[in-house]
Design a protein around this ligand. Structure first.
Ligand code: SUG
Length: 461
């Protein structure tokens, strides 16, 4: 690494939970989503829980960003699928003739921004630009419709074309299923000042589409293909000698780990993973060690201490690992704290001096967790130089110089309290009033975040 390479600071861009957050049971293979089908959700609490995690991380001195929710219900998709009339009539007809479709176009699933895109920082790409490839999320209809709007929003948040390239989603074919950063980890040597300038990219896929003999899950879909991961590595102009492709174990997908971030999390030199996470554990570790060097710190959690089922239920691995002055901190969901063996595993990791993890902070993210989204699902990591940071849409950055933007947090929290319903049951998405409430909320949000007219309803489309 050149001596004068710019310092990279990792920003977490969290997805703000939208006003239609509900439990419609749309994600086959996602145990929490399926088991909470039909339950009442609490959209206001969901958004406030997310904001309080963002605020706490900003107050810890971390660089915190925010990505606004998408417009839901998404009327343009219903029109594209043959419904016509006024927006209200379209909702009414969809509720009557295809309630599952109405649920799909009403999901607040874009909150899980780990699935928004895959990211490479400028230090790692041959053209010196930050690259983001928007995920096509083609395995689930309610998520597939996120892609085009995600691309539009990311281009507004990262408007500097000379520094940041936002690639459109990969072509939508079985071979190119892509679920974004949830199946990608950037590791790097840990420099004394806590920041690094060039990293290695571990892409984890569920299946190699072209390999008919290859192992794949039997029950649930493998959402990420090797073909997609390879395409992203090419688009991001990564150095092949610093790029690793590893297959997730099909058995853990069948046990409900629909993304790799349900069984592994990495940051800096650390890879915290479940014993059964990878099909070939030894080869994956060897490749990481070769690429990262002696600083590499794998932390394996054995199945007899925490089973895959418990990992899926508590989201131990869906934690964030954040770099503090005193070492790394685990940002974990309270479900992990409340499970005796998971909590003792976390305590063991913190007490072990052979790894740089020194603290844990637990967050109540219950509303998101009930749809299978933990702390790590809710954020997209974007490592940025200070020049790149200055080019980001300023309303979407919630911390400056290591301090939380208290005024912006206060505006966002009172906006949630003003616009969000306390509870929502899935059949209430048939109420056109919910669409109007959501639009009023999002219209005001674009002013708070200073984003202009990013939504189709604002542009009369
Ligand atoms: O794609 N749940 C999301 C959860 C995504 C979690 N993200 C990561 N692991 N990075 C999904 O399965 C449920 C929506 C519903 O059922 O209403 C949902 O889409």
């Amino acid at each position: 690494m050149p001596q004068d390479a710019p310092i990279l600071i990792e920003a977490n861009f969290d997805g703000l939970v939208g006003p239609t957050h509900n439990y419609a049971g749309l994600s086959f293979g996602n145990v929490a989503s399926e088991s909470n089908t039909g339950n009442a959700s609490r959209p206001r609490d969901a958004a406030l829980q997310g904001l309080s995690k963002m605020r706490a991380l900003a107050e810890m001195g971390l660089l915190q960003g925010i990505i606004p929710p998408q417009e839901r219900p998404h009327i343009p998709t219903l029109r594209r699928l043959g419904f016509s009339g006024t927006d209200e009539q379209i909702i009414e007809k969809a509720a009557k003739h295809d309630p599952i479709l109405l649920a799909q176009v009403s999901s607040a699933s874009c909150m899980w921004t780990a699935n928004a895109a895959t990211v490479a920082p400028s230090a790692d790409s041959a053209d010196g630009r930050v690259h983001l490839t928007v995920a096509n999320l083609r395995s689930m209809a309610h998520r597939f419709i996120e892609g085009p709007q995600t691309a539009r929003i990311l281009r507004v948040i990262f408007p500097d074309r000379d520094r940041v390239t936002v690639h459109d989603p990969l072509p939508s074919a079985d071979a190119f299923g892509d679920e974004g950063a949830a199946n990608h980890t950037r590791l790097h040597d840990d420099l004394p000042h806590g920041q690094a300038s060039s990293g290695i990219h571990l892409f984890v896929y569920g299946s190699h589409h072209a390999d008919r003999q290859g192992q794949r899950p039997a029950r649930f879909p493998a959402r990420q293909t090797l073909e997609a991961s390879r395409a992203i590595a090419r688009l991001h102009q990564l150095d092949p000698s610093r790029t690793i492709f590893a297959q997730q174990h099909p058995d853990v997908i069948d046990a409900g780990a629909f993304h790799n971030d349900v069984v592994a999390v990495g940051s800096g030199p650390i890879l915290l993973y479940h014993q059964k996470a990878f099909l070939d554990e030894a080869a994956t570790l060897k490749a990481c060690r070769q690429a990262v060097g002696d600083a590499f710190r794998p932390i394996r959690v054995d199945d007899d201490r925490v089973s895959v089922n418990i990992a899926v239920a508590t989201y131990l691995f869906n934690s964030q690992l954040v770099r503090m002055d005193t070492g790394y901190a685990i940002i974990a969901p309270t479900e992990s704290r409340d499970h005796v063996s998971v909590r003792s595993e976390i305590d063991r990791i913190i007490a072990d001096p052979s790894n740089p993890i020194t603290a844990v902070h637990y967050f109540d993210l219950r509303e998101s967790m009930r749809n299978g989204g933990g702390p790590a699902c809710l954020r997209l990591r974007v490592p940025l130089t200070s020049t790149e940071q200055n080019s980001v849409a300023s309303g979407c950055i919630l911390s400056r110089d290591g301090k939380a933007d208290a005024a912006q947090f206060a505006r966002l929290e009172s906006w949630v309290r003003k616009h969000y319903r306390e509870t929502l049951i899935p059949r209430e998405i048939a109420d056109p009033k919910l669409m109007h409430e959501s639009r009023a909320a999002l219209d005001e949000l674009t002013q708070i975040l200073g984003l202009g007219s990013i939504y189709e309803f604002q542009r009369g489309q």
